[in-house]
Design a protein. Structure first.
Length: 249
């Protein structure tokens, strides 16, 4: 069997970047994507130096032309698309609901909801002609429970859960799986932004978690790889919380 072709959005930092490196170690063919050309080319070179066939394609997932081009370039380069990790996302501007603006809503929903919808749309178009494919969307515990001070982000992550379930139902009979991974706090830049880089607030937040710590990035990456891969071939339409027990409460 040919080595799988993997596409990752928002791959230039945090979970996306670590996922790309983990896949490169598995020897897959890989397209990494993000908005920053220079950082993207540097990541592709790093993956190539690890022995992977890798390419960077610039894409801002808010724009359909970018997403369409990303998927088309993946197929042009490698001939197919087996696994897509829709990881691009933002926490947006946080704060109480009384302070949220239409602009905050539009910004957060454009990257998280429209971005995921467009990615799934164009990925499925390729996967349905192949009769196979696996998609993992990055959701959050904010896709499962409310969080005071994060209403717009929470709404956007709940929407990703809905897209995941509906796309899974559309793909189930034609060999396409669609799942989500829903992390709790993960030790990335996003977590620092979430607590406004306030170490005391971060410590308080993490102390409220059953596991009393954030996830290491690799703890999220390993779940993504398992769900995306063939060992999980009967798993679809699910969102797996990787949250040290938070949503079990
Ligand atoms: N870090 C956490 O605590 C945490 C918790 C739950 C869920 N998540 C989710 O995990 C995913 C990855 O986050 P992370 O922790 O690695 O943070 P991160 O900020 O390092 O990564 C997000 C990446 O997405 C990119 N991105 C944002 N909007 C984009 C757009 N419109 N087009 C293309 N790229 C875009 C960013 O530039 C960044 O590189 C996100 O979807 C996030 O919602 C993170």
């Amino acid at each position: 069997m040919n080595t799988p072709v993997v596409l990752i959005t928002g791959a230039l930092s945090g979970i996306g970047r670590a996922t790309a490196i983990a896949y490169a170690k598995e020897g897959v063919r890989i397209v990494v994507s993000g908005r920053r050309e220079e950082a993207g080319n540097a990541l592709a070179a790093e993956l190539q130096a690890m022995g992977a066939q890798a390419e960077f394609v610039r894409a801002d997932v808010r724009f359909e032309a970018d997403v369409q081009n990303l998927v088309a370039k993946t197929v042009a380069r490698f001939g197919r698309l087996d696994i897509a990790i829709n990881n691009a996302g933002t926490e947006g501007r946080l704060g109480p609901i009384t302070e949220q603006s239409v602009e905050d809503y539009e910004n957060t929903f454009a990257s998280n909801v429209l971005g995921t919808l467009l990615a799934v749309k164009h990925e499925v178009q390729v996967m349905q002609t192949q009769g196979s494919g696996s998609i993992v969307n990055l959701s959050s515990i904010a896709g499962k429970v409310g969080i005071a001070g994060a209403s717009v982000y929470v709404a956007s992550e709940h929407a990703i859960e809905g897209i995941t379930k509906s796309a899974a139902l559309e793909g189930a009979a034609i060999g396409i799986r669609v799942n989500a991974v829903a992390p709790g706090p993960v030790a990335t830049d996003m977590l620092d932004r979430f607590v406004d880089s306030n170490e005391e607030a971060k410590a308080r937040f993490l102390d409220s978690m059953p596991a009393k710590r954030a996830a290491e990035v690799d703890e999220i990456v390993q779940t993504i790889l398992f769900i995306a891969g063939n060992k999980a071939r009967y798993l679809t339409g699910q969102s797996i919380a990787v949250d040290g027990g938070y949503t079990a409460q």
